[in-house]
Design a protein around this ligand. Structure first.
Ligand SMILES: [Zn+2]
Length: 520
């Protein structure tokens, strides 16, 4: 295949520059792959990979979907042939309803307003011509809106020598999106700064802030981080969707979860130290907040110390650390300790000082919650030891650790699996489910994400505590692990598999990345 026949010289140039960039950071890619990522060219056998294509082809909107059929609305009814073709593509029967043209147009345009193709077309136009400020603003809002609708967690704009690259992080994975020229990227940066009310002129030092926007009926918060880099400003926009992220404890650990009852008991103690740990983007703050919201907020004095405050929680006093006015983590903690708290939640223990302060608070009869950046529950203990945390206090106050990461959940269109792989691997009597694909999941077969956890709970009896302390001291914690209440990543994966929430492929790749060896 000769790329010169497929791509324009400009597109080849862009691909080559990116290729050069990838080589410099050690990522293996070829030009065709890059061209495909940018939609410069498309694979020939194009499957209905995006529901929007179908909506545009047949001009309809979906009003509702049940087990057997899609209920769709259109301007005029489809003939029997087209109807049959659509039913085949959707894999379900279709029930049509005609709606007035104006009503249809309104609904149709709302959907199309977040059509990535239209956004891309607009960006291409904007890249080549000078545009009015309000048009740039509209485009920027479209990009945000598209992100909100598609459950994007972050929008990244990175500046390279000749262009900026706009990418989405969706379900934990980075998706290449659009190329912006320097001018457009700069105008986006100004919009972000103006909205967040931060210094417009400053391009020399990192700045952070936030703003909110109304989309449809919801008010969405965005947190932003802008920092100078060699070729321009890097912008990260985090989408904070409250409805999506402020979850209740029972949503994360429903009754049928094997650990639900015991966890509930351990996170509701009067004093102790409880950690949620995991890498960035693993949802540990969401879990921490879920734990806080199920405490008795009307009868307990609860404080949080955060940087930044991500979600507002009613009846909880939340402090924002602000280094620039010397309201540091340590001063905030000192102040909180004088305010007679029952429960203290510390956003994240980033350094030695915060670990020491948290341990001290736990030791003085409070219930302390915090998060740490480690892979599993065992590593959390190692990390605290490493930072010189008092092992005596740790051994006698730690109530438990939830280590977690997010894994892709199967969409409701899943089908029972007939493969024995999962059944054998998990030594289960169930076959589990596998993905299929439907309009709702963009034919990916996957929906939102769910928690894969590694939990350890430390029973309070003196004998266990003493053994735990000695083991911590002698660096032999694993030898007493069996005396604790544990629920490993493997057990958690087995549970997700048997409940039909995740498929074997997703779970095995996650377990392998966590260091579990496939014994089969
Ligand atoms: Zn689906």
């Amino acid at each position: 295949m000769n790329l010169k026949n497929i791509l324009t010289p400009q597109q080849i140039e862009i691909c080559q520059k990116e290729l050069y960039y990838y080589q410099s950071v050690g990522v293996k890619k070829n030009i065709l792959q890059i061209a495909l990522e940018h939609n410069f060219t498309q694979k020939k056998e194009k499957s209905p990979s995006h529901s929007l294509d179908l909506l545009k082809e047949y001009e309809f909107v979906i009003s509702r979907e049940d087990e057997k059929s899609f209920h769709i609305e259109l301007k005029e009814l489809l003939g029997p042939k087209r109807l049959l073709a659509l039913e085949e593509k959707l894999n379900k029967s279709v029930i049509q309803r005609v709606v007035p043209v104006r009503e249809f147009k309104e609904k149709f345009e709302t959907i199309l307003s977040v059509d990535p193709e239209i956004i891309e077309k607009k960006i291409k136009q904007f890249n080549s011509y000078d545009r009015e400020d309000n048009e740039v603003l509209t485009l920027f809002r479209m990009i945000l809106h598209h992100g909100v609708v598609h459950n994007v967690s972050d929008i990244h704009i990175n500046a390279y020598e000749d262009f900026s690259w706009l990418r989405y992080r969706q379900n934990g994975k980075i998706q290449s999106k659009y190329l912006l020229n320097g001018d457009l990227a700069q105008r986006f940066s100004l919009i972000v700064k103006e909205k967040s009310n931060i210094d417009l002129i400053n391009v020399q030092t990192p700045q952070s802030g936030g703003f909110s926007e109304a989309f449809q009926n919801a008010n969405i918060d965005f947190r932003i981080e802008i920092a100078p880099s060699r070729f321009g400003e890097n912008i990260v926009i985090r989408i904070l969707d409250r409805s999506n992220n402020l979850k209740s404890f029972s949503q994360l650990f429903p009754k049928e979860h094997p650990m639900s009852e015991r966890l509930l008991h351990f996170v509701n103690q009067k004093n102790g130290f409880f950690l949620t740990v995991g890498p960035t983007g693993s949802g540990k703050t969401t879990t921490l907040n879920a734990i806080l919201t199920q405490r008795d907020r009307l009868r307990e004095i609860i404080y949080t110390i955060e940087d930044p405050i991500e979600y507002k929680i009613d009846f909880v006093t939340q402090y924002q650390v602000n280094e620039s006015i010397n309201f540091t983590f340590a001063t905030a903690m000192k102040s909180v300790m004088r305010q007679d708290p029952d429960v203290i939640a510390i956003g994240e223990m980033r350094d030695r000082e915060s670990i020491h302060i948290a341990l001290k608070a736990a030791h003085s009869g409070h219930m302390v919650f915090s998060t740490l950046h480690t892979t599993n529950s065992y590593m959390a203990l190692e990390r605290i030891r490493d930072e010189g945390g008092d092992l005596f206090i740790l051994a006698y106050s730690l109530s438990g650790v939830i280590a977690q990461r997010l894994v892709q959940k199967l969409c409701d269109c899943k089908i029972p699996s007939s493969s024995e792989k999962g059944k054998n691997y998990f030594k289960s009597d169930k076959f589990g489910f596998e993905k299929k694909g439907c309009v709702r999941c963009d034919f990916s077969g996957y929906g939102q994400r769910t928690l894969l956890t590694d939990v350890v709970l430390i029973p309070p009896d003196i004998k266990t505590r003493y053994g735990f302390y000695m083991a911590l001291k002698n660096s032999t914690v694993l030898s007493v692990w069996d005396n604790l209440i544990t629920f490993s990543y493997f057990e958690s994966a087995k549970h997700l598999f048997e409940q039909g929430l995740c498929d074997y492929d997703t779970l095995i790749s996650e377990l392998l990345s966590l260091g579990y060896v496939d014994e089969n």
